[in-house]
Design a binder for this molecule. Structure first.
Ligand SMILES: [Cu+2]
Length: 221
């Protein structure tokens, strides 16, 4: 299934990189383990006479132990993997943190968290509670704050999450690629109503959005 937002897409590919690396490395380690178990097992001949004889093979008994070439090759592979994963992680973080504030196409929306709900204020002053309506294929810049205690604004399907702190504005952004309904939820334990601190994100086709909101071009701020 295609990711519903670029942020989710980049997150998914990062997740797949980590999972693939973990699976491949585990498979190699287990294969080597299996090989050693068979290669250095106690010979059945020594079991027949009560296991008194010395086994033919013993780990470390051979004159040459390991190979420098293999050690270097493995170190290089693991080093490259480490650098690759780290670089990809940082570039994904950079993508999320680079708020398209100056993008003329971006729609800025103020998000105010409160015990226990979400309020959204648009550039034209329109304010709604419990529902965030946005047009698809438009960068949405969120200015997130809280009216009372700490909350965390999150759209799990888009892999977007940002703290909502009183007297402070935190920025987050996303772009919906597919029209539909998504769940907005609080991720900071904030009181007895925390579990029900949910809002709906409604990603709409631009014409539908403008029919509800009015012309965007004149209102953006
Ligand atoms: Cu909350």
């Amino acid at each position: 299934m295609a990711a519903p937002a670029p942020s989710a897409e980049i997150w998914n590919s990062l997740f797949m990189m980590y999972v693939t690396s973990a699976v491949v490395i585990s498979a190699v380690v287990l294969a080597i383990l299996g090989y050693f178990v068979l290669r250095y097992r106690q010979p059945s001949s020594s079991l027949a006479d009560g296991g008194q004889d010395e086994p033919e093979f013993r780990i470390g008994a051979e004159p040459t132990r390991g190979s420098a070439k293999v050690a270097i090759a493995l170190s290089v592979i693991l080093g490259l993997l480490f650098v690759g994963l780290t670089a990809s992680t940082f570039s994904a973080m950079e993508f999320m943190e680079e708020i398209p504030e100056d993008n003329p196409d971006a729609l800025h929306i103020k998000v105010t968290a409160f015990q226990w709900g979400w309020q959204f204020t648009y550039p034209n002053g329109r304010t709604i509670t419990g529902e965030l309506r946005v047009p698809v294929n438009t960068p949405i810049v969120l200015e997130i704050t809280s009216r009372d205690v700490f909350h965390t604004f999150a759209i799990a399907a888009f892999k977007v999450k940002k703290d909502a702190i009183p007297d402070r504005i935190n920025f987050a952004w996303f772009e919906a690629k597919e029209a539909g309904e998504y769940r907005i939820q609080c991720y900071e334990l904030c009181g007895t109503g925390h579990a029900k601190m949910i809002a709906t994100l409604l990603a709409m086709e631009p014409e539908q959005f403008e029919a509800w909101y009015g012309k965007l071009s004149e209102e953006k701020g």
